[in-house]
Every structure is written in C-alpha cells, then in structure tokens.
Design a protein around this ligand. Structure first.
Ligand SMILES: [Zn+2]
Ligand SMILES: [Zn+2]
Ligand SMILES: [Zn+2]
Length: 144
C-alpha cells in the first residue's frame, strides 16, 4: 500500500511539472485526490479531505489547474462547481474534452464519464461552439 502511495505522489508531481507548473505540496495533494476518483469533487468535498490546505490555497490550486488543462469544471444541478481531472491530452484552458457528466439525483454525486462522448450537435447557422458541457441527470449504478 505504501508503495502505491509513493508511486501516485511521484506521478502527480511529474505531471504537474509537465503542465508547466511548480509541483507544490498543495498542488500534488489536490491532484492525487482528484486522480483517485472518477467523481467530480466540489471545493467543500476537497477541503474536507485535507486538514492542512486552506480555502484560499485550494481555490488558487484549482484555478491554476484549470488554466493549465489539468482539471475541468462542471456545474451540478444544485449550482455547485465541481472539478475533475482532464484527459492527459487536454491542451490548456480551452478544454477540448467532449465527454458526458452524470449527476445522480439520489447521492448527488457527479461522475466524470471520460469514455462516454457527447453526441455531435448541429447548431443553427452563425453559431460557433467553443465548448460543450453535458450533464445527464438520473440515478447512478450505486443507487439504482
Ligand atoms: Zn480539460
Ligand atoms: Zn447515486
Ligand atoms: Zn469530466
């Protein structure tokens, strides 16, 4: 188990550096946490998992990650912003990912369904999409 954690730690800091940021302990911790789940986590959820990361640091870490293409954000049905790890080829803040998110009505979890792609949508003439944010509402497999 110990080895596993060391591996995750090294991995996260390398990845953060690869994306052009300094691998500070707070950044590594946040990325470890988000990499360990297929859920999109809110500020509050992330905050509750660390006792030593304060609110402002966490806010900055997430902002830096979002601008560097490490995480993307999604709004859930309660209007809460949630964060999930991007695919490794996400270029930067333009966030080209086109996968679906699933918001469970019972447990209120937001799943980042990385392998479920958004169907292509035909827009009226003159409209140019720069991104798409698909959230499906329903009951997840744990609550069904
Ligand atoms: Zn992205
Ligand atoms: Zn659920
Ligand atoms: Zn996602």
């Amino acid at each position: 188990m110990r080895l596993f954690f060391i591996f995750v730690f090294v991995n996260s800091s390398d990845y953060i550096r690869e994306k052009g940021l300094k691998a500070t302990p707070a950044r590594v911790k946040v990325l470890d946490e988000l990499s360990n789940t297929d859920l999109a986590l809110s500020h509050t959820e992330l905050e509750s998992t660390f006792s030593k990361v304060d609110r402002i640091t966490l806010y900055r870490v997430l902002k830096d990650f979002e601008e560097s293409g490490i995480v993307h954000k999604i709004l859930d049905f309660e209007g809460i912003t949630r964060f999930a790890v991007c695919a490794h080829d996400c270029p930067d803040k333009t966030h080209t990912e086109s996968h679906v998110h699933f918001n469970c009505e019972r447990c209120h979890k937001m799943f980042c369904l990385e392998h479920t792609h958004t169907p292509s949508i035909k827009l009226p003439v003159g409209f140019k999409a720069s991104g798409i944010n698909t959230v499906i509402q329903g009951v997840c497999k744990e609550c069904a």
